[in-house]
Design a protein around this ligand. Sequence first.
Ligand code: BTN
Length: 257
Amino acid sequence: MSSELDSAWVRAQLLELGTELGRPLEHLHTTTSTNDVAKEASKAGAVHGSCFVADEQTRGRGRRGRSWLSTTGEALLFSLVLRPTGLVDPSPLTLAVGLGVHQAASRHVGAALGIKWPNDLVFERRKVAGILVETELTQDVPSALVVGVGVNVSATSFEPELRDIAVSMGMLGSDVTRERLLVDILGDVSAWYRRFVDEGVGALLEPLRRVDALLGKRVRVDGVEGCAIGFDDTGHLLLERSDGSPVSITAGTVEWV
Ligand code: BTN
């Protein structure tokens, strides 16, 4: 598999499909982080839907200051600039993007993938993809959202520290190329994004429940422990504590207990 993405093919496919997101598409072989590139571009006026994809990141990052590691050409690494009209809450937006990534990846993997609220695509307890949404501010006012997506596509092994927590689509039997996957993800994320913007978070809840990797599992989120019982009407995670009382979690990192 080439370490250089065939971005001309991707552009042609996206043009034919007429996707809302992914156009224009800029391909970088190496960069620090596609989220940094998208943020800089959004400052310089990049239009809604602009996409920045890289073969390699030297400082890829995840949520909460964690790093996102990948080997050149083995992961799909891209970021989108979104300029929704009106104020859009980035938390449910992550869920909409997650549904698109889940739908596209599931077409290429026989195994059942799930969404680990709020931003991970998982197979069993191992991460296949992660999403990082950041808000770009202009004079303290949100002017764009940058949505970064990293998918483990064709890695055949991981560093020891990732071995138990990461898995690639290739390890799950898929031979999808990064190009095909990018086209599919941008198509599906465009559709879910539009649904979310037009209909609100309510349109995401039932689809999300069907792929909820946490449902019925004991988890801990920033010190709060309980059994995951689904989502509330705003897309927050619902836990049931051992005394039977429900608690709604607005943000945080979920740990399996
Ligand atoms: C997470 O799991 O915490 C989110 C990971 C997001 C990784 C992607 S890779 C493309 C984009 N650029 C980055 O530096 N991060 C995101």
